[in-house]
Design a protein. Structure first.
Lengths: 361, 552
């Protein structure tokens, strides 16, 4: 049984714009986050993901548009009246207070009776497993412990929504994996609406129910992690989520149906109804590589090329294959004794038709 | 060696004499017992303590709003306010004291106006109030500078997380902002306390003699250098200086919150609503008017003919400046000579100490740093007394007079007094020079000495120059040590001249003119050193990149 009783609230973002002076950092964001959902904002630095998170908490320049939490309009409220919990990237534990005072702060601000404050602080410290460190100062804690205290400090006030701003970025690699599991478990236990900002797609994939990919102040696509990986809506999402090969060109009509011609004239027959300038997108692990003289399978898309570099990574061999002026990456499972292509070998690349996506340029 | 001769030995001498029986020379506490039995000294002690403490309080009242408004709100003219707020420091407090008496005294401009319009007066300058008032106005920038720096260094997330948890307004300030800025505040407050406690010129000029520093001066000058009371007071002054430094260190221990962390954003500045803005500006303007009043008063005084029992001078003239340049130009040339030499020695010694402390493994090098910095805790009066006692018997061969009354001793005193400033500037400059740049020179065949000369010193030049200017500017208006050491009028520097002039009513005009010249000196010096540091920053950024690239 947990000590935190939260009521999950949904978050609606409507036409949200944020500018720092002349710089327009968030452009017309629209989002709907379900109550109890674990939602990630994923994007490179400067994409506006932190700005969006901070706008929900009430920090930064006054935005235009609407922010609704649990159906209540909050855009005009100051941060201290919103009851959304935020865990900062630097944790922002106050160095002049003990762990206990840090955690009690929010409850004291809410003018709770001191007996209740003590019980709830103990309970939440127990929950994050750091009750015995209650009298320490933040500077005496390790990074992982500081992170848990920051989380406890936020959760103890039972916020409607939990906001996490790159919470794992200050931890080392092993701890990061452990903490992201713990975060997910905690969130599942509390069923608390949680928004997680990260630039690390693995973090977003492993923790979130759904995510929004942001770039250049614009939400590019929203959906479950696997859905976005498999069906990217545009070139940015395709290349930002994992490695993707992109061949630019034109889809044109021929006698046998559609044919993709890359910019430097490599013809690739396709089965698609789309026509016009397109990019052909496929992932390295979905490509099969075969010698040029191997039998051609007409059910698959075939791309001819020449091996131009080769890296042995252990479980796979990553080939670079020149296709016209482009280079396509191919990941080939490595098994002991399997034949290896050398640089300069003529090869055919085969792709299942459903593994190829055409996207607008 | 220099430190030993001119800082430690005189200080030891002072301490020894304080604990010596004046008749037998046996070690004793009798002098201290006498001191605390004498009601005048008891009163002086309490007065000094009271004045220093109240000055801290009043300075805080001036500094707090200025620091908070300019660092936390989007505030037009924040930079101007910060700059104006520092200006009081560039005038020796005793110079402002006379102008303040004319503006705020019982028959000063403000009280005349108050009396005329509202029928009451405020005793700003009455007795100790006057000292507190003048000292607070002069020294509050120490708190302003330190507090502003501390407020600027607080990670935005520290405040945002408190807001996120429901805190706002004054509660946010009281529970989070102020505690985090505490180290800066305490550092500034301790400095104010020490400076006020030790100050000699201001109480003397305001004719308040029942405080410790004036008593020490009067005992030595009127009764003679064998009177033990002067030494007892000196020891007490030093002890209190050290005590308040120690208390501030204690308060700061383990609290040096470097809260600007990785991923931490810059400052959070809030927009003000209109009525808030008007309120803030009103407070800021009132404070600035108050703290700049000594300068305005001094300027009026230097150009005014007769200024007495009236709001403003009766008429204006440049006669005082003519008088100063025709009669008192000796003061100015002396000052240029003394302060220039002192500043030169300071940066040479400062660079040497900085290099020894930060780049060599000499045993006891830390003590060198402490020793030089300790000069900060030794009041000018005490330095003066120590020199008189130690060196009055030593004859300088060529000049054929006691070392203690030779003009060079003034230079030495100034050098010691300003060494801490120069040292800090040199250390800061040296720390920005990557060790790798030196190693590269040595790797290419330069000896240690050649490396220092060709690589380190040129790279430090900005900092060294800034140190020189700071030392020069502040040395040129130093009064307390020189007051003790000036033997003949022709050897006297500017500050002494102002003091002499200000003693008589007729001399106030020329005194003020001399004061304005002093302010211009220091003001120019401060401006130049700022410019040098700014320019240095640009060139140093490229070195920093080199250093970082090498580190990566």
């Amino acid at each position: 049984m947990t000590s935190i009783n939260t009521t999950a609230a949904g978050v609606e973002i409507e036409d949200l714009d944020v500018s720092f002076g002349d710089t327009h950092v968030l452009k017309g964001a629209n989002l709907s986050i379900e109550p109890g959902e674990f939602f990630a904002f994923l994007g490179p630095s400067g994409s506006g993901k932190s700005t969006l998170l901070r706008a929900i908490a009430g920090f930064g320049p006054t935005p235009s548009g609407r922010i609704l939490i649990g159906g209540e309009e909050v855009a005009h409220l100051p941060p201290w009246k919103r009851n959304v919990g935020m865990v900062f990237q630097s944790y922002a534990l106050w160095p002049h207070m003990t762990v206990r005072r840090n955690v009690a702060f929010g409850l004291e601000e809410r003018k709770l009776p001191s007996r209740e404050i003590a019980t709830r602080v103990d309970a939440v410290l127990e929950m994050v497993g750091l009750l015995d460190l209650a009298e320490r100062r933040p500077a005496q804690l390790s990074g992982g412990q500081q992170q848990r205290i920051a989380l406890a400090r936020t959760l103890v006030v039972e916020p409607r929504v939990l906001l996490l701003d790159e919470p794992l970025s200050n931890l080392d690699a092993n701890l990061r994996i452990q903490m992201r599991r713990e975060l997910r478990e905690l969130q599942q236990k509390l069923r608390l609406t949680t928004i997680f900002v990260t630039h690390d797609q693995e973090e977003a994939n492993t923790t979130s129910d759904r995510m929004a990919v942001l770039n250049d102040g614009v939400i590019q696509q929203v959906g479950a992690p696997m859905e976005l990986y498999d069906n990217p809506a545009n070139l940015f999402v395709a290349t930002f989520l994992g490695t993707a090969n992109v061949l630019k060109g034109l889809v044109e009509d021929t006698d046998d149906g559609a044919q993709f011609n890359s910019v430097d004239g490599v013809p690739i027959p396709l089965h698609t109804k789309e026509r016009g300038p397109r990019s052909l997108v496929f992932r390295p692990q979905n490509v099969a590589i075969a010698p040029a003289n191997a039998p051609v399978d007409s059910d698959r898309v075939r791309i001819a090329g020449t091996v131009c570099h080769m890296e042995f990574l252990g479980s796979i061999i990553r080939y670079g294959v020149s296709v016209g002026a482009d280079t396509a990456l191919v990941d080939d499972q490595h098994r002991r004794g399997a034949p290896v292509f050398a640089i300069g070998d003529e090869v055919n690349l085969f792709l299942q038709k459903d593994q190829v996506t055409t996207l607008k340029n | 060696m220099f430190l030993l001769l001119f800082l430690l030995v005189p200080m030891a001498q002072v301490v020894v004499v304080a604990f010596q029986d004046p008749n037998t020379g046996a070690p004793t506490l009798i002098n201290f017992v006498d001191f605390f039995k004498t009601s005048l000294f008891q009163e002086s002690f309490i007065n000094s303590f009271y004045v220093a403490a109240m000055s801290v309080v009043l300075s805080s009242l001036f500094a707090l709003p200025l620091a908070y408004f300019t660092t936390r709100f989007n505030f037009g003219g924040a930079l101007l306010i910060q700059t104006l707020g520092i200006i009081p420091l560039i005038m020796p407090p005793f110079v402002g004291a006379v102008a303040m008496a004319l503006l705020f005294g019982a028959n000063g401009s403000v009280n005349l106006l108050l009396d005329e319009w509202f029928g009451f007066t405020i005793p700003f300058m009455e007795g100790l109030n006057g000292v507190i008032f003048v000292e607070s106005i002069h020294y509050f920038p120490f708190i302003l500078i330190n507090l502003s720096a501390a407020l600027n260094n607080i990670d935005r997330a520290m405040e945002e997380s408190a807001q996120n948890l429901g805190a706002s307004g004054t509660r946010l300030f009281r529970r989070i902002v102020f505690p985090l800025a505490m180290p800066g505040y305490v550092a500034g407050a301790a400095l104010v306390f020490i400076k006020v406690f030790d100050d000699l010129g201001t109480p003397l000029l305001l004719n308040i003699n029942n405080m410790l520093a004036p008593q020490a001066y009067l005992r030595i000058t009127s009764i003679g250098i064998s009177d033990p009371m002067g030494y007892v007071i000196s020891v007490i002054l030093v002890a209190f200086s050290l005590l308040s430094l120690w208390v501030s260190l204690l308060a700061l221990r383990g609290k040096d919150y470097a809260t600007l962390q990785k991923g931490g954003g810059g400052l959070m500045r809030r927009d003000l609503r209109n009525w808030e803005k008007i309120g803030c500006y009103a407070v800021v303007i009132l404070i600035l008017l108050l703290v700049l009043s000594p300068h305005l008063g001094l300027l009026l005084l230097s150009f005014g003919t007769i200024w007495s029992f009236s709001v403003l001078p009766d008429a204006y003239t440049i006669d005082h400046y003519v008088t100063v340049f025709s009669e008192a130009s000796g003061y100015i040339t002396n000052t240029l000579l003394y302060a220039g030499l002192a500043a030169l020695f300071d940066v040479i010694i400062g660079t040497g100490i900085a290099y020894i402390v930060w780049r060599t493994g000499l045993p006891g090098r830390k003590w060198l740093d402490y020793g030089a910095t300790a000069a900060l805790a030794v009041p000018g009066v005490v330095i003066g007394i120590g020199y008189l006692r130690t060196y009055h018997g030593i004859n300088v061969p060529i000049a054929d007079q006691p070392l203690a009354s030779w003009w060079v001793i003034i230079v030495v005193a100034l050098t010691i007094r300003r060494l801490p400033y120069a040292l800090r500037a040199c250390v800061a400059a040296l720390q920005q020079v990557s060790v790798m740049l030196e190693e590269a020179a040595e790797n290419l065949g330069a000896t240690k000495g050649r490396t220092v000369w060709r690589i380190v010193v040129p790279l430090m030049s900005g900092g060294i120059l800034a140190g020189f200017v700071t030392s020069f500017a502040t040395a040129s208006v130093e009064l307390s040590a020189t007051l003790m050491l000036v033997a003949v009028d022709s050897d006297a520097p500017l500050a002494y001249g102002i003091y002499e002039f200000m003693q008589s009513a007729a001399g106030r005009g020329p005194g003020a003119a001399l004061g304005v010249i002093g302010v211009v000196f220091v003001g120019l010096g401060t401006y130049i050193s700022h410019r040098i540091i700014e320019r240095g920053r640009v060139t140093l950024e490229s070195t920093a990149i080199v250093a970082e690239g090498a580190a990566a």
